[in-house]
Design a protein around this ligand. Structure first.
Ligand code: AMP
Ligand code: GLY
Length: 422
């Protein structure tokens, strides 16, 4: 089968590696891809916002499955347009992608179908939102309703921070994504990322990971897209996974189907595991980055079979199998990330890192400048270590980091600290 994978990050490089392990894969195209994916298939320059251009490409090339990595094309309805043209696509429809596209939509679904999550209210009026936070007090969480590149969430530890967040969002800091605000209860516990592959009616548990969202060691500094991750996540015991499937994933699938917008693709639940069991923080409608870089190297089930089964409404029978190894990814970012990443600095040593035992390098924001590899984004390179324990995976990942010669980059030095401490 010929597959077109959409995206250009470390997540998509990891997905390309997993697809290449499938015996059924005939050819892989990646749009637009990155220097890492160019070694696994053909990077193609199609404008993915032009859905007709994607359909035409698939028809000409005989593509049998399109796999959508990031959220923007999902929310824009790319999967709907591909399916209308008769081309199977992995990912939710525009209507079902509202689970990621609108925080208020997801909270209302939770309320209707009794899915455990923090209490909340939706506001389209600044004064009403201010009155509500003054009534509840801090800590409290203020969110822009729509997609805001991970920046639309303010965990306010004081009332004045909450008020400032409401002013900022209604003041237009996130454009249309901030036309509505969700104010919600502050949840305490340990966070985990959980994934389930869904075909509209059935879901298969697809493992868990823990991410490190803050830019600096010790979980300090501003939030980022994710500075590192590891899998499995010790907090996600078999019992917690069973609770998440029964209380969060399955009711969501039933609710979405009952509303006439069945969810196909991967449901990524951001969870808080606290004293009352798992609660939903938010859904994403795609794989996580960097969580995918630690899940897929452990995957033993054929990835293409799973994605095609989800896309066509016929998931294979479970369970999905993973190796017992631990995978740990360290994200190397360009200096200045997340505010003003410096572009154009040269990166050396990738081949040396790839030659180390148990080390996988995935590219994210890299580019080629002639023969030189340069930084061309915020999160640039991912070093993944595989090992029998989290300590071994961590030491391998950092051996990979140390083989990279990139004065323009930096990384956290404590990825995996929580699991190591256990
Ligand atoms: P989100 O973009 O919704 O994943 O939120 C970003 C981060 O904010 C999450 O990973 C949590 O660390 C934090 N967060 C979001 N909502 C809550 C909440 N209700 N209680 C505590 N922390 C939260
Ligand atoms: N690492 C979090 C995300 O992909 O949203």
């Amino acid at each position: 089968m010929k597959v077109l994978l959409i995206g250009s990050g470390g997540r998509e490089h990891a997905m390309a590696l997993a697809l290449r392990r499938s015996a059924r894969l005939e050819h892989l195209f990646i749009a637009p891809g990155n220097p890492g994916t160019s070694l696994l298939g053909d990077n193609v320059q199609i404008d993915v916002t032009d859905h007709q251009a994607v359909v035409d490409f698939c028809r000409v090339m005989g593509v049998g499955l399109v796999v959508v990595g990031p959220e923007a094309p999902l929310v824009a309805g790319l999967v709907d347009d591909l399916e209308n043209a008769g081309i199977p696509a992995f990912g939710p429809s525009k209507a079902a992608a509202q689970l990621e596209g609108s925080k208020g939509f997801t909270k209302d679904l939770c309320r209707e179908f009794h899915i455990p999550t923090g209490d909340y209210q939706r506001f389209s009026d600044r004064d009403a939102a201010l009155a509500y936070v003054r009534q509840l007090g801090a800590p409290i969480v203020v969110k822009a309703d729509g997609l805001a590149a991970g920046k639309g969430v303010i965990v306010a530890m004081s009332l004045s921070d909450a008020e400032a967040a409401i002013d900022m969002i209604f003041g237009g800091a996130f454009g249309a994504a901030g036309a509505e605000v969700v104010v919600e209860e502050f949840l305490e516990g340990e966070e985990a990322s959980f994934f389930a592959i869904c075909d509209g009616t059935r879901a298969l548990a697809f493992g868990a990971a823990q991410d490190h969202k803050r830019v600096l060691d010790g979980d300090l500094g501003p939030n980022t897209g994710g500075m590192g991750a590891y899998s499995p996540a010790p907090v996600m015991t078999d019992e917690v996974v069973a609770q998440v499937m029964a209380q969060i994933i399955e009711p969501t699938l039933k609710g979405m189907a009952a509303r006439g917008t069945p969810f196909k693709g991967v449901l990524f639940a951001g969870l808080m595991i606290g004293p009352q069991g798992p609660q939903l923080i938010e859904f994403n409608a795609r794989f996580g980055d960097p969580e995918t870089q630690v899940l897929l190297p452990r995957l033993q089930t054929d990835f293409l079979d799973l994605l095609l089964g989800a896309a066509t409404g016929h998931l294979p029978n479970g369970p999905v199998r993973f190796s017992d190894e631990t995978a740990l990814t360290v994200v190397m970012a360009a200096k200045g990330y997340p505010d003003q990443p410096e572009r154009g600095t040269e990166i050396r040593g990738v081949e040396r890192a790839e030659g180390l035992p148990g080390v996988i390098v995935t590219h994210a924001g890299t580019a080629k400048d002639g023969q030189r590899l340069i930084a061309n984004g915020g999160r640039v390179l991912n070093l993944t270590g595989l090992g029998a324990s989290v300590v071994e995976a961590q030491s391998r990942a950092y051996a990979g980091v140390d083989a990279i010669d990139w004065p323009g980059g930096f990384c956290r030095r404590d990825i995996g600290w929580r699991a190591v401490k256990r």
